[in-house]
Design a protein around this ligand. Structure first.
Ligand SMILES: [Zn+2]
Length: 410
Protein backbone atom coordinates (compact mmCIF):
# COMPACT_ATOMS: atom_id res chain seq x y z
CA UNK A 1 0.00 0.00 0.00
CA UNK A 2 1.53 3.31 -1.02
CA UNK A 3 -0.28 6.41 0.22
CA UNK A 4 2.90 8.52 0.35
CA UNK A 5 1.85 11.09 -2.26
CA UNK A 6 -1.41 11.86 -0.45
CA UNK A 7 0.32 11.80 2.94
CA UNK A 8 2.95 14.29 1.84
CA UNK A 9 0.46 16.61 0.19
CA UNK A 10 -1.52 16.75 3.44
CA UNK A 11 1.44 17.05 5.79
CA UNK A 12 2.81 19.90 3.67
CA UNK A 13 -0.54 21.70 3.57
CA UNK A 14 -1.28 21.34 7.29
CA UNK A 15 2.27 22.20 8.37
CA UNK A 16 2.13 25.57 6.59
CA UNK A 17 -0.75 26.66 8.84
CA UNK A 18 0.52 28.14 12.11
CA UNK A 19 -1.28 26.36 14.98
CA UNK A 20 1.12 27.00 17.84
CA UNK A 21 -0.57 26.69 21.24
CA UNK A 22 0.19 29.01 24.15
CA UNK A 23 0.69 27.77 27.72
CA UNK A 24 0.13 31.26 29.13
CA UNK A 25 -3.27 31.73 27.57
CA UNK A 26 -6.42 31.21 29.64
CA UNK A 27 -8.59 30.76 26.53
CA UNK A 28 -9.67 27.45 25.03
CA UNK A 29 -8.36 26.67 22.55
CA UNK A 30 -5.34 28.58 23.83
CA UNK A 31 -4.83 30.26 20.45
CA UNK A 32 -7.58 31.15 17.97
CA UNK A 33 -5.34 30.33 15.01
CA UNK A 34 -5.78 26.61 15.72
CA UNK A 35 -9.37 27.05 14.51
CA UNK A 36 -8.12 27.89 11.00
CA UNK A 37 -6.84 24.35 10.69
CA UNK A 38 -9.88 22.93 12.54
CA UNK A 39 -12.21 24.50 9.94
CA UNK A 40 -10.07 23.24 7.08
CA UNK A 41 -10.05 19.69 8.50
CA UNK A 42 -13.81 19.69 9.04
CA UNK A 43 -14.39 20.79 5.43
CA UNK A 44 -11.93 18.18 4.18
CA UNK A 45 -13.60 15.40 6.17
CA UNK A 46 -16.90 16.32 4.50
CA UNK A 47 -15.23 16.38 1.09
CA UNK A 48 -13.76 12.88 1.44
CA UNK A 49 -17.18 11.56 2.46
CA UNK A 50 -16.95 11.21 6.27
CA UNK A 51 -20.27 11.42 8.13
CA UNK A 52 -21.44 13.42 11.15
CA UNK A 53 -18.65 15.96 10.72
CA UNK A 54 -18.72 18.49 13.52
CA UNK A 55 -16.55 21.37 14.74
CA UNK A 56 -17.71 22.30 18.23
CA UNK A 57 -17.30 25.46 20.29
CA UNK A 58 -14.10 24.19 21.93
CA UNK A 59 -12.42 23.55 18.59
CA UNK A 60 -12.82 19.76 18.58
CA UNK A 61 -13.34 18.28 15.13
CA UNK A 62 -15.18 14.95 15.13
CA UNK A 63 -16.50 12.70 12.38
CA UNK A 64 -17.63 9.16 11.74
CA UNK A 65 -16.90 6.47 9.19
CA UNK A 66 -19.90 4.14 9.16
CA UNK A 67 -19.32 0.38 9.41
CA UNK A 68 -18.83 -1.66 6.25
CA UNK A 69 -19.79 -4.90 7.99
CA UNK A 70 -23.04 -6.02 9.58
CA UNK A 71 -23.40 -6.88 13.24
CA UNK A 72 -22.26 -5.10 16.37
CA UNK A 73 -18.54 -4.35 16.48
CA UNK A 74 -16.60 -2.22 18.96
CA UNK A 75 -16.48 1.47 18.00
CA UNK A 76 -12.87 2.61 17.57
CA UNK A 77 -11.64 6.19 18.01
CA UNK A 78 -8.75 7.68 16.03
CA UNK A 79 -7.20 10.82 17.46
CA UNK A 80 -4.52 13.37 16.61
CA UNK A 81 -3.78 16.90 17.81
CA UNK A 82 -3.81 20.06 15.73
CA UNK A 83 -1.51 22.35 17.73
CA UNK A 84 2.28 22.58 17.66
CA UNK A 85 4.60 23.14 20.60
CA UNK A 86 5.27 26.63 21.99
CA UNK A 87 9.02 25.74 22.22
CA UNK A 88 9.86 26.76 18.64
CA UNK A 89 8.26 28.98 16.02
CA UNK A 90 5.48 27.45 13.95
CA UNK A 91 5.08 30.49 11.74
CA UNK A 92 6.00 30.31 8.06
CA UNK A 93 6.81 26.57 8.08
CA UNK A 94 8.17 25.49 4.68
CA UNK A 95 8.47 21.70 4.55
CA UNK A 96 11.23 20.14 2.45
CA UNK A 97 11.19 16.62 1.07
CA UNK A 98 14.56 14.83 0.99
CA UNK A 99 13.89 11.83 -1.22
CA UNK A 100 15.49 8.41 -0.66
CA UNK A 101 18.01 9.51 1.97
CA UNK A 102 21.22 7.55 1.45
CA UNK A 103 23.02 8.57 4.62
CA UNK A 104 25.12 11.68 5.26
CA UNK A 105 23.98 15.24 5.81
CA UNK A 106 20.41 16.36 5.36
CA UNK A 107 20.73 20.11 4.89
CA UNK A 108 17.75 21.75 6.58
CA UNK A 109 19.32 25.19 6.20
CA UNK A 110 22.88 25.80 5.08
CA UNK A 111 22.60 29.48 5.88
CA UNK A 112 21.48 28.83 9.48
CA UNK A 113 23.79 25.84 9.87
CA UNK A 114 20.93 23.44 10.61
CA UNK A 115 22.23 20.11 9.37
CA UNK A 116 20.73 16.77 10.32
CA UNK A 117 22.79 13.59 10.22
CA UNK A 118 23.38 10.30 12.02
CA UNK A 119 25.91 11.97 14.32
CA UNK A 120 23.47 14.45 15.83
CA UNK A 121 20.53 12.06 15.50
CA UNK A 122 21.48 8.35 15.55
CA UNK A 123 17.80 7.36 15.15
CA UNK A 124 18.00 8.62 11.58
CA UNK A 125 20.07 5.55 10.70
CA UNK A 126 16.91 3.44 11.00
CA UNK A 127 15.43 5.32 8.03
CA UNK A 128 18.09 4.84 5.36
CA UNK A 129 16.57 4.83 1.87
CA UNK A 130 13.39 6.52 3.08
CA UNK A 131 11.88 9.88 2.12
CA UNK A 132 12.56 12.35 4.93
CA UNK A 133 10.62 15.57 5.51
CA UNK A 134 12.09 18.49 7.46
CA UNK A 135 11.32 22.18 7.89
CA UNK A 136 13.67 24.87 6.56
CA UNK A 137 15.80 25.87 9.51
CA UNK A 138 13.98 28.64 11.32
CA UNK A 139 10.85 26.79 12.51
CA UNK A 140 9.79 23.43 13.78
CA UNK A 141 8.15 21.15 11.21
CA UNK A 142 5.01 20.42 13.18
CA UNK A 143 4.88 16.77 12.11
CA UNK A 144 4.00 16.54 15.82
CA UNK A 145 1.21 16.13 15.21
CA UNK A 146 0.29 17.12 11.66
CA UNK A 147 1.72 13.78 10.57
CA UNK A 148 -0.98 12.21 12.77
CA UNK A 149 -3.69 14.35 11.15
CA UNK A 150 -2.44 13.47 7.66
CA UNK A 151 -2.29 9.76 8.53
CA UNK A 152 -5.85 9.64 9.89
CA UNK A 153 -7.28 11.75 7.03
CA UNK A 154 -5.49 9.73 4.34
CA UNK A 155 -6.36 6.35 5.86
CA UNK A 156 -9.98 7.50 6.25
CA UNK A 157 -10.12 8.52 2.59
CA UNK A 158 -8.65 5.15 1.63
CA UNK A 159 -11.26 3.29 3.72
CA UNK A 160 -14.10 5.33 2.20
CA UNK A 161 -12.83 4.58 -1.32
CA UNK A 162 -12.54 0.88 -0.46
CA UNK A 163 -15.78 -0.23 1.17
CA UNK A 164 -14.69 -3.83 0.60
CA UNK A 165 -12.29 -3.40 3.55
CA UNK A 166 -14.24 -4.72 6.55
CA UNK A 167 -14.49 -2.42 9.57
CA UNK A 168 -16.92 -1.37 12.28
CA UNK A 169 -17.84 2.23 13.13
CA UNK A 170 -14.75 4.46 13.29
CA UNK A 171 -14.78 7.79 15.10
CA UNK A 172 -12.30 10.51 14.21
CA UNK A 173 -11.28 13.23 16.65
CA UNK A 174 -8.90 16.14 16.05
CA UNK A 175 -8.05 18.05 19.23
CA UNK A 176 -6.36 21.38 20.07
CA UNK A 177 -3.86 22.24 22.83
CA UNK A 178 -2.17 18.89 23.42
CA UNK A 179 1.22 20.57 23.74
CA UNK A 180 0.04 22.71 26.63
CA UNK A 181 -1.45 19.70 28.42
CA UNK A 182 -5.08 20.75 28.01
CA UNK A 183 -6.00 18.87 24.83
CA UNK A 184 -8.89 16.81 26.13
CA UNK A 185 -10.05 19.04 28.96
CA UNK A 186 -13.48 19.58 27.39
CA UNK A 187 -13.54 16.46 25.23
CA UNK A 188 -16.90 14.74 25.56
CA UNK A 189 -15.97 11.06 25.78
CA UNK A 190 -19.58 9.95 26.02
CA UNK A 191 -20.71 11.90 22.95
CA UNK A 192 -17.65 10.67 21.02
CA UNK A 193 -19.05 7.22 21.58
CA UNK A 194 -15.97 5.06 21.12
CA UNK A 195 -15.18 1.91 23.15
CA UNK A 196 -11.46 2.55 22.93
CA UNK A 197 -9.22 4.88 20.94
CA UNK A 198 -5.71 5.33 19.58
CA UNK A 199 -3.76 8.56 19.37
CA UNK A 200 -1.47 8.84 16.35
CA UNK A 201 1.24 11.03 17.80
CA UNK A 202 4.94 10.70 17.40
CA UNK A 203 7.91 8.36 17.36
CA UNK A 204 9.57 6.03 14.89
CA UNK A 205 7.94 3.23 12.92
CA UNK A 206 7.01 0.33 15.17
CA UNK A 207 6.79 2.28 18.43
CA UNK A 208 3.61 1.95 20.47
CA UNK A 209 2.99 3.45 23.88
CA UNK A 210 0.71 2.27 26.65
CA UNK A 211 2.54 3.82 29.54
CA UNK A 212 3.12 7.38 30.68
CA UNK A 213 4.57 8.99 33.77
CA UNK A 214 2.62 9.51 36.95
CA UNK A 215 2.84 13.24 37.45
CA UNK A 216 2.51 15.57 40.42
CA UNK A 217 3.37 19.23 40.81
CA UNK A 218 5.40 20.28 43.84
CA UNK A 219 5.43 23.63 45.56
CA UNK A 220 7.63 24.85 48.41
CA UNK A 221 6.92 28.08 50.25
CA UNK A 222 9.38 29.54 52.72
CA UNK A 223 8.40 32.33 55.07
CA UNK A 224 11.58 33.93 56.40
CA UNK A 225 12.35 36.60 58.93
CA UNK A 226 14.01 39.75 57.74
CA UNK A 227 16.37 41.57 60.07
CA UNK A 228 19.13 44.10 59.36
CA UNK A 229 22.10 41.98 58.27
CA UNK A 230 24.31 43.79 60.80
CA UNK A 231 22.31 42.41 63.69
CA UNK A 232 21.06 39.21 62.09
CA UNK A 233 22.87 36.71 64.24
CA UNK A 234 20.33 34.22 65.65
CA UNK A 235 17.56 36.57 64.52
CA UNK A 236 17.28 36.26 60.75
CA UNK A 237 15.77 33.49 58.64
CA UNK A 238 16.82 34.11 55.05
CA UNK A 239 14.05 32.53 52.95
CA UNK A 240 16.04 32.69 49.68
CA UNK A 241 18.98 30.83 51.15
CA UNK A 242 16.78 28.20 52.78
CA UNK A 243 14.94 27.59 49.49
CA UNK A 244 18.25 27.26 47.65
CA UNK A 245 19.47 24.81 50.28
CA UNK A 246 16.39 22.60 49.86
CA UNK A 247 16.83 22.56 46.08
CA UNK A 248 20.53 21.71 46.30
CA UNK A 249 19.84 18.97 48.88
CA UNK A 250 17.87 17.00 46.31
CA UNK A 251 20.06 14.14 44.93
CA UNK A 252 21.71 14.95 41.62
CA UNK A 253 20.97 11.49 40.27
CA UNK A 254 17.22 12.10 40.54
CA UNK A 255 16.81 15.06 38.17
CA UNK A 256 15.82 15.04 34.46
CA UNK A 257 19.37 15.73 33.26
CA UNK A 258 20.65 12.49 34.78
CA UNK A 259 17.74 10.08 34.28
CA UNK A 260 16.26 8.10 31.39
CA UNK A 261 14.07 5.07 30.65
CA UNK A 262 12.05 4.21 33.73
CA UNK A 263 13.97 6.40 36.17
CA UNK A 264 11.89 9.07 37.85
CA UNK A 265 12.89 12.57 38.90
CA UNK A 266 12.02 15.81 40.59
CA UNK A 267 12.67 18.94 38.57
CA UNK A 268 12.70 22.30 40.31
CA UNK A 269 11.76 24.92 37.78
CA UNK A 270 10.70 28.30 39.06
CA UNK A 271 12.59 29.70 42.00
CA UNK A 272 11.74 33.15 43.33
CA UNK A 273 12.90 34.66 46.55
CA UNK A 274 13.93 37.44 48.87
CA UNK A 275 14.86 37.41 52.54
CA UNK A 276 11.29 37.58 53.74
CA UNK A 277 9.82 34.89 51.50
CA UNK A 278 10.75 32.45 48.78
CA UNK A 279 8.97 29.93 46.62
CA UNK A 280 10.00 27.00 44.50
CA UNK A 281 7.80 25.11 42.08
CA UNK A 282 8.55 21.98 40.15
CA UNK A 283 7.36 18.62 38.93
CA UNK A 284 7.60 15.03 40.20
CA UNK A 285 7.60 12.19 37.66
CA UNK A 286 7.79 8.40 37.76
CA UNK A 287 6.15 5.53 35.86
CA UNK A 288 5.67 3.71 39.16
CA UNK A 289 3.24 5.43 41.52
CA UNK A 290 4.92 3.88 44.60
CA UNK A 291 8.26 5.30 43.53
CA UNK A 292 6.67 8.68 42.87
CA UNK A 293 5.28 8.70 46.40
CA UNK A 294 8.66 7.55 47.80
CA UNK A 295 10.37 10.52 46.12
CA UNK A 296 7.83 12.83 47.70
CA UNK A 297 8.53 11.29 51.15
CA UNK A 298 12.22 11.84 50.49
CA UNK A 299 11.64 15.52 49.74
CA UNK A 300 9.45 15.79 52.83
CA UNK A 301 12.33 14.43 54.90
CA UNK A 302 14.68 17.07 53.46
CA UNK A 303 12.18 19.79 54.29
CA UNK A 304 11.65 18.40 57.80
CA UNK A 305 15.40 18.59 58.42
CA UNK A 306 15.46 22.24 57.27
CA UNK A 307 12.59 23.05 59.62
CA UNK A 308 14.70 21.79 62.52
CA UNK A 309 17.75 23.65 61.27
CA UNK A 310 15.87 26.93 60.73
CA UNK A 311 13.26 27.23 63.51
CA UNK A 312 12.67 30.92 62.71
CA UNK A 313 11.39 30.09 59.24
CA UNK A 314 8.13 28.53 58.22
CA UNK A 315 8.40 26.02 55.40
CA UNK A 316 5.40 24.60 53.57
CA UNK A 317 5.57 21.74 51.10
CA UNK A 318 2.67 20.60 48.95
CA UNK A 319 2.05 18.24 46.05
CA UNK A 320 -0.75 18.30 43.52
CA UNK A 321 -1.77 15.49 41.22
CA UNK A 322 -1.38 16.29 37.50
CA UNK A 323 -1.95 12.98 35.68
CA UNK A 324 -1.47 9.24 36.15
CA UNK A 325 0.14 6.42 34.19
CA UNK A 326 -2.47 5.13 31.75
CA UNK A 327 -1.08 1.59 31.82
CA UNK A 328 -3.34 0.58 34.70
CA UNK A 329 -6.44 1.49 32.70
CA UNK A 330 -5.22 0.01 29.42
CA UNK A 331 -4.16 -3.26 31.09
CA UNK A 332 -7.78 -3.65 32.21
CA UNK A 333 -8.79 -3.96 28.53
CA UNK A 334 -6.07 -6.27 27.15
CA UNK A 335 -7.64 -6.53 23.68
CA UNK A 336 -6.89 -2.83 23.08
CA UNK A 337 -3.13 -3.48 23.01
CA UNK A 338 -3.49 -6.98 21.54
CA UNK A 339 -5.29 -5.61 18.48
CA UNK A 340 -2.72 -2.83 18.13
CA UNK A 341 0.28 -5.18 18.30
CA UNK A 342 -1.38 -7.46 15.72
CA UNK A 343 -1.99 -4.46 13.42
CA UNK A 344 1.66 -3.38 13.68
CA UNK A 345 2.87 -6.92 12.90
CA UNK A 346 0.46 -7.15 9.97
CA UNK A 347 2.20 -4.05 8.57
CA UNK A 348 5.46 -6.01 8.67
CA UNK A 349 6.96 -4.30 11.72
CA UNK A 350 8.01 -5.64 15.09
CA UNK A 351 6.26 -3.51 17.75
CA UNK A 352 8.44 -1.74 20.30
CA UNK A 353 6.53 -0.88 23.49
CA UNK A 354 8.09 2.21 25.00
CA UNK A 355 7.30 3.97 28.27
CA UNK A 356 6.63 7.65 27.53
CA UNK A 357 8.71 10.05 29.62
CA UNK A 358 5.85 12.46 29.76
CA UNK A 359 2.10 12.45 29.43
CA UNK A 360 -0.18 12.12 26.45
CA UNK A 361 -3.75 13.08 25.73
CA UNK A 362 -4.28 9.34 25.89
CA UNK A 363 -3.38 9.19 29.57
CA UNK A 364 -6.07 11.69 30.44
CA UNK A 365 -8.60 10.05 28.11
CA UNK A 366 -7.86 6.65 29.62
CA UNK A 367 -8.80 7.99 33.04
CA UNK A 368 -11.91 9.60 31.51
CA UNK A 369 -13.02 6.08 30.57
CA UNK A 370 -11.59 5.78 27.07
CA UNK A 371 -8.51 3.51 27.00
CA UNK A 372 -6.17 5.21 24.51
CA UNK A 373 -2.68 3.91 23.72
CA UNK A 374 -0.48 5.77 21.25
CA UNK A 375 0.70 4.73 17.79
CA UNK A 376 3.88 5.94 16.02
CA UNK A 377 3.75 8.43 13.15
CA UNK A 378 7.34 7.97 11.95
CA UNK A 379 8.98 11.18 13.20
CA UNK A 380 11.62 12.38 15.61
CA UNK A 381 13.34 15.44 17.17
CA UNK A 382 10.04 17.07 17.95
CA UNK A 383 9.50 20.66 19.09
CA UNK A 384 12.56 22.09 17.35
CA UNK A 385 14.28 23.04 14.12
CA UNK A 386 15.77 19.54 13.69
CA UNK A 387 12.37 17.87 13.64
CA UNK A 388 11.93 15.31 10.87
CA UNK A 389 9.47 12.66 9.80
CA UNK A 390 9.85 9.71 7.45
CA UNK A 391 7.15 9.53 4.78
CA UNK A 392 7.67 5.78 4.72
CA UNK A 393 7.06 5.71 8.48
CA UNK A 394 3.86 7.73 7.98
CA UNK A 395 2.80 5.27 5.30
CA UNK A 396 3.37 2.36 7.73
CA UNK A 397 1.34 4.19 10.35
CA UNK A 398 -1.58 4.59 7.92
CA UNK A 399 -1.27 0.88 7.16
CA UNK A 400 -1.42 0.11 10.91
CA UNK A 401 -4.57 2.23 11.17
CA UNK A 402 -6.26 0.32 8.36
CA UNK A 403 -5.14 -3.01 9.87
CA UNK A 404 -6.56 -1.92 13.22
CA UNK A 405 -9.91 -1.06 11.66
CA UNK A 406 -9.93 -4.43 9.94
CA UNK A 407 -8.71 -6.30 13.03
CA UNK A 408 -11.48 -4.97 15.26
CA UNK A 409 -14.10 -6.12 12.76
CA UNK A 410 -12.79 -9.69 12.61
ZN1 LIG B 1 2.28 15.36 19.84
Amino acid sequence: MDLKTALYERLDRYARIDTQSDDKSAAFPSTAKQLTLARLLAAELKRIGAKKVKLDGHGYVTAELPATVKGKKPVIGLLAHMDTAPDASGKGVRPQLHRAWKGGDIVISRKLGVILNEKNCPELALCRGEDIVTASGDTLLGADDKAGLAIIMTAAEHLIKHPEIPHGVLKIGFTPDEEVGQGVKFFNVKAFGADCAYTFDGDLAGAVEEETFNADAVEIKVQGKSVHPGSAKNAMANASRIAAEIVSSWPENMVPETTSGREGFIMFMDIAGETEKASVSGIVRDHDLKKLKAMERQLEAIVAAKRLKYPLAKIELSFKEQYRNMKGVIAGRPEVMRKLLAAVRRAGLEPRIKPVRGGTDGSRLSFMGLPTPNVFTGGYNYHGRYEWVSLDGMNKSAEVLINLARGWAE
